[in-house]
Design a protein around this ligand. Structure first.
Ligand code: ATP
Ligand code: MG
Length: 577
């Protein structure tokens, strides 16, 4: 047993994060019989975002590294907010990220066990039904420095609480009319110990249990016990749960009392949440953006959801690489979005098929190239993976080039096309610019050049060097396309704090604050772009590099008749402040 564990340990070359160190120590100490079992416990109230990717990589990652198991458990204790659509999407996104759970569980699987445990607590005098309003209960809570007051119902007879608790589950009790509270300590320095609410009435059908239950366990009462029932050994979560840990441990103590003499208990360890600059996370916020139409659905490529990043053209490997780079700590930070982009760029460089596209086209006429003549130019599909071969594009007299690759009055260091100057047309000839044509308003119509027939790439004359190389497409051989460019969705570096600040200052709802914070320039749609014909043959290819421009992908709405591309990320960091 011990030997097997040794083998499964991570390679020594990679330093362990603090969670891995604690897990190794627990395993070495033989805690939980040397077992490792984790879980990823999303509430199915929205789609997963990049923050969840950090938790997923941790939960599934340590299980894989130490030969343990990781289960997916839907934390479905709040039927008003939860939906099967979200469950399905969560499963799809975890798998897309590259992970597979050992078992699929639901907190609702334990509703009966949790109910029975609550009844036992009432019988033991450790829980009571409180008939006060939420406001009254909040008022008696006290502050961290001032003890709370006992509820007038705190010492009601056990039989009374038992009968009322039954009623909470029959539909006879209105939502909010009564709750079940654990009887702990209204003077505790830990606010979570001040007789926490453990059951409430929710008159809403549950996606899995229908109308069977009307009384639902609160998060703090469901989570630790679900971990315990399942045999979770390490309950990994984010830092905001640190103050909940003593309550988590207390409930586990209570539930295992007299049943489990060994120390087979789940241990909660916390790490920092992912927080990215210019990005707003939290499903609650994302739901508002989707429902109010601030974005085009959960998978809008500007969304920080995993399905949004997928549609934008991010690779799961790129996201995992990013999570690996930022690591896990015990303090909150604001990570730079540029770090995510650079990880994705690094990964796409290995994967992307190289093609040419002209996003802001202007016509370049090679005046001394024979009319009607066509030559083929070979393009390496992926220089990082020569085994992926080559494809061909056509060269002819009339080409599309980027508007920005021509300048009539160019500064000294401009190495692209300017009258009298030379550039290489990538993979083809060196051309000398001879001038341009403009309309009466001064708008550029065409650019003219002459080519040097001896300079074709691969020919001996090609050795002649010029400073600039530009890409191009043959007008007669390319196809039109729409290209969508994305930028940050929020104007503020820390939208989470800004949202809170505006809401506080104006006493307004999230939508009102968001409308103030949203950037008007997050989407630019270019309708008149051109791309290689080759793209119609590789529509199943996920990752593309438009040479000299950036990484792109086919949008989910792209069809062979109307190609639509999303820019994943530019070639260089353009996300600077
Ligand atoms: P949200 O506020 O987005 O709904 P949550 O914390 O309520 O997030 P859950 O679906 O309840 O999310 O939690 C699933 C797991 O994902 C939890 O363990 C939670 O700690 C983790 N998680 C959520 N957001 C982040 C984040 N930004 N960084 C790291 N882990 C996160
Ligand atoms: Mg939540």
């Amino acid at each position: 047993m011990a030997e097997q564990k040794e083998e499964a340990l991570k390679p020594a070359s990679k330093s362990l994060n603090f969670i891995e160190q604690r897990i190794e120590a627990d395993l070495a100490a033989g805690k939980n019989g040397g077992r490792l079992q984790t879980r990823f416990p999303p509430e199915p109230n929205g789609y997963l975002h990049i923050g969840h990717a950090k938790a997923i990589c941790m939960d599934f990652g340590v299980a894989a590294a130490y030969g343990g198991t990781c289960n997916l458990r839907f934390d479905d204790t709040n039927p008003t907010k939860e939906d099967v659509e979200y469950m399905n999407a969560i499963e799809e996104d975890i798998q897309w990220l590259g992970f597979q759970w050992d078992n699929l569980y639901y907190a609702s699987d334990y509703f009966q066990q949790l109910w029975d445990f609550a009844v036992q607590l009432i019988k033991e005098g450790k829980a009571y039904v409180d008939e006060q309003t939420a406001a009254q209960i909040a008022e008696q809570k006290g502050t961290p420095t001032k003890a709370g007051q006992n509820s007038p119902y705190r010492d009601r007879p056990i039989e009374e609480s038992l009968a009322l608790f039954e009623k909470m589950n029959t539909g006879e009790v209105a939502e909010g009319a009564m709750v079940l509270r654990a009887k702990i300590d209204m003077a505790s320095s830990n606010m979570h110990f001040r007789d926490p609410i453990i059951y409430r009435v929710v008159n809403h059908a549950h996606p899995r249990t229908g109308t069977k239950w009307k009384a639902y366990p609160m998060y703090d009462f469901a989570h630790g016990q679900s971990d315990y029932f399942e045999g979770v050994t390490h309950s990994l979560c984010t830092l905001e749960f640190v103050p909940h840990r003593p309550l988590y441990d207390l409930f586990v103590d209570w539930v295992k009392e007299g049943q489990d003499l060994d120390d087979n208990r789940p241990r909660q360890y916390e790490f920092n949440k992912l927080n990215l600059n210019y990005v707003l996370l939290s499903k609650r916020n994302l739901l508002v953006m989707v429902e109010e139409g601030l974005v085009d659905g959960w998978d809008d490529p500007r969304m920080p959801t995993l399905c949004g990043f997928r549609r934008r053209g991010y690779s799961p490997e790129g996201i995992r690489k990013f999570v690996d780079k930022i690591g896990y700590t015990t303090f909150d930070a604001l990570n730079d979005f540029a770090l995510l982009e650079s990880a994705v760029r690094e990964d796409l460089n290995e994967r992307a098929t190289r093609v040419s596209a002209v996003l802001h086209p202007v016509k370049l006429v090679v005046t001394n190239y024979p009319e009607g003549q066509v030559e083929e130019v070979e393009v390496v599909n992926n220089p990082e993976r020569p085994e992926e071969g080559t494809h061909k594009i056509e060269f002819s007299r009339e080409l599309w080039i980027e508007e920005s690759d021509f300048m009539e009055d160019a500064p000294k260091k401009y190495f692209r096309l300017t009258p009298g100057g030379e550039v290489r047309l990538k993979g083809a000839y060196i051309v000398k610019c001879t001038g341009c044509k403009k309309d009466a308003d001064g708008n550029l119509l065409e650019v003219y050049c002459e080519y040097d027939p001896e300079s074709r790439s691969g020919l001996p004359g090609a050795n002649r060097k010029v400073k600039g190389t530009i890409h191009w497409l043959s007008c007669a051989h390319c196809i039109p396309a729409e290209v969508r460019l994305y930028d940050r969705l929020w104007k503020h570096e820390n939208p989470r704090d800004e949202l809170a600040r505006i809401r506080e200052e104006k006493n307004c709802d999230a939508l009102t604050a968001m409308k103030e914070m949203i950037s008007p320039n997050s989407l630019e749609v270019l309708q008149n772009c051109y791309v290689e014909k080759f793209l119609t043959e590789i529509t199943d290819q996920k990752y593309l590099q438009f040479q000299r421009t950036g990484y792109f992908t086919f949008d989910t709405h792209s069809t062979p008749e109307k190609l639509i591309f999303n820019r994943t990320v530019s070639l260089k960091d353009s996300f600077k402040k």
